[in-house]
Design a protein around this ligand. Structure first.
Ligand SMILES: Cc1cc2nc3c(=O)[nH]c(=O)nc-3n(C[C@H](O)[C@H](O)[C@H](O)COP(=O)(O)OP(=O)(O)OC[C@H]3O[C@@H](n4cnc5c(N)ncnc54)[C@H](O)[C@@H]3O)c2cc1C
Length: 439
């Protein structure tokens, strides 16, 4: 079996590794002329680090990243601590794998290096302009046609593979929010000579300030030598733009009445981009024939659960596991040793399409729940001052009542489903069930 993956983002690389680990030939088509990832931090929650452990990459993740020790929620106006949730070993004990913060470039590099080690072929500067779902081929901008048994569109929010799967282009729609993203050095923060900032810099913690219509997230990366800051607020990008150069004064003014400590941190940001945060309407399908889409190509989310990449990586791992099982338990025994007839090939294509439909079945509910939960988090995080906000702060202050690692006890079942669910075991069961149905 040969799988062609469009896009070498985190989801595409995870899918490539998962497929190669099953002995499947993999070629990635990446339009960028060089391997890249955006220069910012990323949180890898336990369900994401579980896949890294499955790939044997947890030591590398922990070497380049850090295990989050605490999550702090603060009031926007004065920085008052609403709640500290212990993470650290409590999270690992409960979910089996740690919560990690890491620089995106380092995370991407770990996945890239593993994909190369396993023999994935990476074609850079290869922009896919069209997909034939009938022929299972990808047309590149230079006219080359790449033939595959399976094509996976891991080509992000503006996916061209999605248009082929759905037979019509479906564009992302604005969520109404945008993000400013910045990374700066420890020296810049220490240069402020501020005790409260120096104290923050000592912690391996994710700190969030919650305020009306906005919130912010701050944490260290690269062993505390750099810090990641994300500021989330109502969108004011031009319509149609996905990313624009931000205006520093506008950014500072957006947080002018916020905690003075946060304002000092913001003063370190030298220049900034702003990103429109978008969603997709519900898609009628993620697969057509032997072509499927994953990650942001099918379920982009508000980043208010730190789950977008974790879900993309899970998608990739599930696809690899399902295609590997199909190859090992069904196709190989039927095909090996003989030149396959046309009818054998057609039957293999039909089975492949069915297995990709299993992938969609396995993943759609979980990822949809994630997208919806991120929207619910927006309501919780961005409350106007008033009675509801007071109730939220009260509830938040009792987080951890049911279990040490609960963020908000009322949502604890949602949290365990997101972090604790073993998606590979689940898809293994689904495959066995399907296999019985075709035998
Ligand atoms: C502010 C912010 C903070 C976030 N924080 C977190 C977090 O803490 N934790 C988390 O898990 N997630 C987080 N996310 C979400 C996460 O970044 C994304 O969900 C994830 O990166 C999506 O990965 P992907 O591989 O699906 O797509 P992408 O990363 O978009 O990769 C797509 C790849 O496809 C290539 N490509 C596109 N079109 C073509 C084509 N036609 N031909 C060939 N190649 C093509 C692109 O060049 C790119 O390399 C955050 C997002 C934002 C905006």
């Amino acid at each position: 079996m040969k799988v062609v993956i469009v896009g070498a983002g985190l989801g595409g690389l995870a899918c490539a590794i998962a497929c190669r680990r099953e002995g499947i030939d993999v070629e990635i088509l990446e339009r960028s002329p060089e391997i890249h990832e955006f220069g910012a931090g990323i949180q890898v929650p336990p369900n994401g680090s579980r896949i890294m452990r499955e790939f044997g990459l947890l030591p590398q993740l922990l070497e380049k990243g850090s295990q989050v020790q605490d999550v702090h929620f603060r009031r926007y106006k004065d920085g008052r601590l609403l709640r500290t949730m212990p993470c650290g070993d409590d999270i690992t004990e409960e979910y089996g794998t740690p919560w990690v913060i890491i620089h995106r470039v380092d995370y991407h590099r770990i996945l890239h290096d593993e994909a190369m080690r396993l023999g994935v072929v990476l074609r850079l500067g290869a922009e896919v302009t069209d997909i034939s779902t009938d022929e299972t081929t990808a047309l590149l901008a230079d006219g080359t046609i790449v033939v595959a048994d399976v094509i996976i569109g891991a080509d992000g929010q503006m996916s061209s593979v999605r248009a082929a799967v759905l037979e019509i282009p479906v564009s992302p729609v604005p969520t109404g929010d945008m993000a400013y993203r910045a990374v700066f050095s420890r020296e810049q923060l220490e240069g402020l000579n501020d005790d409260s900032i120096n104290e923050l810099c000592q912690k391996v913690a994710v700190t969030s300030w919650l305020g009306p219509e906005k919130h912010t997230v701050f944490y260290p990366v690269r062993g505390g030598q750099e810090f990641n800051l994300v500021l989330l607020r109502p969108d004011n990008l031009s319509s149609g733009a996905r990313k624009e150069q931000g205006d520093i004064d506008e950014m500072r003014a957006s947080y002018a009445d916020w905690d003075p400590t946060l304002q000092k941190i913001i003063s370190c940001v030298p220049s900034v981009y702003k990103w429109k945060l978008t969603h997709l309407p519900e898609l009628k399908s993620w697969t057509k024939g032997s072509v499927a889409i994953l990650g942001d190509a099918c379920h982009p989310t508000l980043p208010y659960q730190a789950q977008g990449a974790a879900m993309a990586v899970e998608d990739g791992a599930v696809i690899g596991k399902l295609l590997g099982s199909l190859q090992a338990h069904i196709l190989k025994p039927r095909i090996s040793g003989v030149k396959p007839s046309q009818s054998t090939i057609s039957s293999a294509q039909k089975l492949t399409a069915e297995v990709l439909a299993l992938y969609e079945k396995n993943r759609k509910e979980r990822t949809t729940r994630n997208v919806q939960a991120a929207v619910k988090n927006r309501q919780l995080f961005h409350m106007q001052d008033g009675i509801l906000q007071k109730i939220r702060d009260f509830v938040l202050s009792y987080a951890g009542v049911t279990r040490k690692t609960d963020w908000t006890w009322v949502l604890s079942s949602r949290q365990s489903q997101t972090y604790g669910w073993d998606v590979l075991e689940d898809c293994g069961k689904l495959f066995e069930y399907w296999k019985l149905s075709i035998e």
